[in-house]
Design a protein around this ligand. Structure first.
Ligand code: MG
Length: 451
């Protein structure tokens, strides 16, 4: 099935993750370091988010890299996109110790390729092969790697984002930022200040216990950010997940902006100036397609997962098809002229550029977008593959997209049904321009699944 990771045993959609001391241990981090060092020689950058388990896991991973003869540059605490940017600029590979949006007891590793993208399925299976077979090449005493600390390199990333915008574009804009005590504490407030914004922060101190809210920037956890927005008269609130590859927003009233609407707003900004394909997973709202087409851009759907989106963007570009923009409907947006990965700091800056241009409240910009009703539910079933095949038969006469699971496309609605990679269930998403049609379509699918 396209989009599923065939043969991966440790790594999931975005790296390897697990509860610290149970599935995620220094021994595993050491194995990853040894395997990565055996596969990708040269200079390797290592970074981490703020988690309490980060120093131990980073030390173990670096140990593996050094033992295979790689030189290690420890970039300290920084967002995943910052490390990706640095790898693309200076290194032969990278690794970030992070569990992204997972709770504090989790940690993990994202492996970064020389072009700054996260390692794809094929290379990950090779990496796992080295781990399971203990197939590593240790360096002799004379070839051991050297380690340097380079916590200052994160400023290159901040500079790279700031350079993309006219100087002072944020002047007169007040913004409230909630980095969630995660990796963005050292970057997003600095980026916005450099753009000229007046910046207030909450949960702005690095703290791997995440005392203010969980690393997932959910509406429930952002109620205090909403209060800060109203107290300070800010034009918007910005929050990140633990490793800041995603950004989500509150409007000037402190109301959460659904992430597909965020994607559409930013696509509208980017696609005015940059024409080409907008790349997104089949789970994305049709709203983004409408906005892309309105700006003269095409649309390409991919399997679910940011790595699929990023790699499709690269492949299109290399094949001569211009690529304008990409992302997922979860606040993870990709700017191809900056780098081929989700970038929360860049998205925060882009939203400032939108407000500077429009000179209207964010709530009114969101309200002006076409409306859609979305239903998303999980349906349990012993054999998810068989459930999907049943739907393929039932809807054979309709417009079907088999990029990932099955997507049924209709005039004013669509449905996506995909098997979970990890549990005996299918995920169902139905969207329509009106709630009644969405509900009726959803009920129809349930009846077929229940037969
Ligand atoms: Mg993340």
């Amino acid at each position: 099935m396209p989009g599923e990771k065939k043969g991966k045993r440790l790594f999931g959609t975005n790296g390897v993750r697990g509860v610290v001391g149970v599935a995620m241990t220094p021994a595993l981090a050491l194995s990853i370091g040894l395997a990565l060092g055996s596969m990708r020689r040269g200079k390797i950058a290592v970074g981490r988010d703020t988690r309490t388990s980060g120093p131990a896991l980073a030390s173990a991973l670096k140990g593996g890299l050094l033992a295979t003869g790689c030189d290690v540059t420890d970039c300290g605490i920084l967002p995943t996109p910052a490390l990706q940017y640095l790898v693309q600029e200076h290194f032969d590979a990278g690794a970030v110790i992070t569990a992204s949006h997972n709770p504090p007891e989790y940690n993990g590793v994202k492996v970064i390729e020389p072009d700054g993208t996260e390692m794809g399925d094929e290379a990950t299976i090779e990496l796992e092969g080295h781990i399971f077979a203990n197939d590593v090449s240790l360096a002799p005493w004379s070839g051991a790697g050297r380690e340097v600390a380079a916590p200052h390199l994160v400023h290159e990333y901040i500079d790279a984002v700031v350079r993309r915008f006219p100087p002072g574009i944020g002047e007169g804009i007040t913004v409230a930022v909630d980095p969630g005590c995660g990796a963005a504490c050292g970057t997003t407030p600095a980026i916005l200040t450099r753009l000229g914004c007046r910046v207030f922060t909450i949960n702005g101190q690095m703290d791997g216990r995440f005392p203010g809210r969980l690393p997932e920037p959910s509406p429930d956890g952002l109620i205090p950010l909403g209060e800060l927005v109203r107290e300070t008269g800010a034009a918007l609130g910005i929050a990140h997940d633990g490793d800041a590859d995603r950004a989500v927003f509150l409007d000037e009233q402190g109301c959460y902006i659904e992430e597909n609407r965020e994607f559409a707003l930013v696509a509208d900004q980017v696609c005015r100036e940059r024409k080409g394909m907008v790349v997104m997973p089949v789970s994305t709202s049709r709203l983004v397609e409408i906005i892309a087409q309105r700006n003269g851009c095409g649309v390409r759907y991919t399997p679910v997962g940011s790595i699929s989106v990023a790699r499709t963007m690269r492949a299109l570009g290399e094949g001569g098809t211009p690529v304008a923009f990409g992302g997922e409907g979860n606040g993870g947006l990709i700017y191809p002229d900056h780098q081929f990965c989700r970038d929360g700091g860049m998205t925060a800056a882009m939203m400032i550029a939108i407000l500077a241009r429009e000179k209207r409240p964010l709530s009114s910009l969101v309200a002006a977008l076409p409306g859609f009703s979305l239903i998303a539910e999980k349906i349990r079933g012993k054999d998810p593959g068989a459930l999907i095949e049943r739907l393929v038969c039932a809807y054979a006469h309709e417009s079907l997209d088999r990029t990932d699971g099955i997507r049924i496309n209709r005039e004013n609605s669509w449905a996506l049904i995909r098997p979970s990679g990890t549990e005996p269930l299918v995920r169902v998403i139905v969207e329509s321009t009106d709630p009644e049609t969405a509900r009726a379509f959803f009920t129809e699918i349930l009846q077929i699944l229940d037969q």
